[in-house]
Design a protein around this ligand. Structure first.
Ligand code: ATP
Length: 460
């Protein structure tokens, strides 16, 4: 078992590599940052785009029962009243009596070894008092209160009387409010789903653990509409699909766990929830959620908006409100899980080496092409030729002639490039072959340029 120190060290190394190699930077860094925000650099955005494209392919393009949407972040405030977020989307907040710093009461209780399952705000206040739990600074704590996490904003130019809106805390509601649009334009038969990828915002009390708990995050969500009697079948289907997905992106099966969420801990709308947890360096924490939301949302929106969101079944001539299965995936938590699983240290050539063991389908760069020497025009020309050929085929291919070969390998290892191709004097003077180096084993093979594409395809 890794010690707490080792776990912290691993996290620090991942954060530092992510910055050093242009994956992820602190948000607004030159101004000292803004808590809970991070910016993705060139390799980070490439990794993230690969994840989102793979997800869209598996859950939308490869299926006949899924409709993609891209709803706005800003929505009519009535949406959040109907969804229950205006009154119920809150975390338990407690305040340090001296420093006035704010803390998540549940996190402090858990850190003190208290089982918080089923506890409400009053129970948490009582537990803090009974056990004499102090803030991390050693001061007493206030009564626990419910803190609403929606980020408020003001709409319109009438500054004295602005309309209040919220930055959406989940993408889900954008799909519920478009349910009727999809019914009216595509006339789908149950079961079918709406899928969307987009930003969401949560005013987290204590953003932390790098990109694990953010105030601006991205989600990939599905609202899958079913006949009430068939919800279990679809729930099971998506449970399996979610495991398949974690394999698609190269997460180790042994690091993904299911947690059946107890009824008292489920969201107000859910009759069954499974959290998919992942072994992050800082512990086992939620990666994804799968919830049976019943007909809660469509029913509430029907009541609040006065627009009928029922479905008419042509076969049975019945009219009813469909029930919903919701698989919900955090993009940033996916990226952190991929980085944590991929981060590897080993020994090569008598030196410690760090590399990211990305699955090729998420790797931001698939292949790097090098001329052995930068100052030999024949080598550079040939390398450029091979580079262009591979780029046409594989897209994410990089040309690199900076520093010596060892340095280039180290850099490509650290950004997780599966293969490096080197053009040397044998290539141009002897036999038109190149060296292909495998990231994980460091082994090198000579491959004819004429067979290079097929060779790499077979390795991917
Ligand atoms: P947690 O209990 O960790 O706060 P949650 O149960 O509130 O998460 P959901 O409301 O189910 O999360 O959101 C769906 C998914 O969105 C989560 O499984 C996670 O992947 C992602 N997510 C939620 N909150 C955050 C956040 N603050 N930062 C990054 N990702 C998040």
């Amino acid at each position: 078992m890794a010690s707490d120190q080792q776990k912290n060290d691993t996290m620090e190394k991942i954060v530092s590599l992510a910055k050093r190699r242009g994956f992820i930077f602190q948000g607004s860094e030159i101004y000292g940052g803004l808590a809970g925000t991070f910016d993705y650099g060139p390799y980070g955005v490439a990794l993230k785009n690969n994840v989102k494209q793979l997800w869209w392919k598996r859950f939308v393009l490869d299926r006949e029962d899924m409709f993609g949407v891209d709803a706005d972040i800003l929505m009519n405030a009535a949406v959040w009243e109907a969804s229950g977020h205006a009154s119920g989307f809150s975390d338990p907040l407690t305040t340090d009596s001296k420093s006035k710093k704010k803390y998540r009461a549940d996190h402090l209780l858990e850190a003190a070894g208290v089982d918080i399952k089923g506890m409400n705000i009053a129970d948490m206040s009582a537990a803090i008092k009974e056990r004499g739990i102090k803030s991390p600074e050693g001061n007493s704590l206030s009564e626990v209160e419910a803190f609403n996490m929606m980020l408020k904003t003001f709409i319109g130019a009438d500054v004295n009387n602005p309309a209040i809106s919220y930055l959406r805390p989940e993408t889900a509601q954008g799909m519920f409010v478009n349910f009727k649009n999809i019914l009216d334009t595509f006339h789908p038969r149950l079961p079918f789903g709406l899928a969307q990828i987009g930003k969401a915002f949560r005013n987290e009390i204590a953003p932390r653990d790098f990109i694990f708990r953010l105030r601006e995050l991205e989600q990939m969500e599905i609202e899958y509409f079913v006949r009430p009697a068939n919800w279990e079948e679809s729930f099971e289907h998506f449970r399996q699909q979610m495991h398949e997905w974690t394999k698609d992106i190269g997460l180790s099966d042994s690091h993904v766990y299911e947690l059946e969420v107890a009824s008292e801990d489920r969201a107000h709308y859910s009759k069954r929830t499974i959290d998919f947890e992942f072994d992050y360096p800082f512990g086992r924490k939620e990666l994804y959620g799968l919830a049976y939301r019943t007909d809660y949302d469509l029913k509430s929106h029907t009541e609040k908006s006065g627009v009928d969101l029922s479905y008419f079944d042509e076969e049975t001539k019945e009219r009813f409100i469909p029930h919903v299965i919701e698989p919900s995936f955090g993009v940033d938590r996916t990226i952190l899980a991929i980085l944590s699983d991929a981060y590897t240290e080993d020994e090569m050539g008598g030196e410690t080496r760090t590399f990211l063991k990305f699955s090729p389908n998420v790797a931001p760069v698939k292949i790097a092409v090098f001329p052995l020497l930068k100052n030999k025009p024949q080598l550079v020309e040939k390398a450029r030729e091979v580079y262009s050929m591979l780029k046409k085929e594989f897209g994410a291919v990089e040309f690199d002639d900076n520093g010596n070969i060892g340095k280039r390998y180290r850099r490509q290892d650290e950004i997780g490039t599966p293969f490096c191709v080197t053009i040397d004097f044998d290539t141009i003077e002897k036999d038109q072959t190149v060296t292909v180096r495998d990231r994980d084993t460091g082994t090198q093979e000579r491959v004819a340029i004429s067979e290079l594409k097929e060779f790499l395809v077979s390795r991917f």
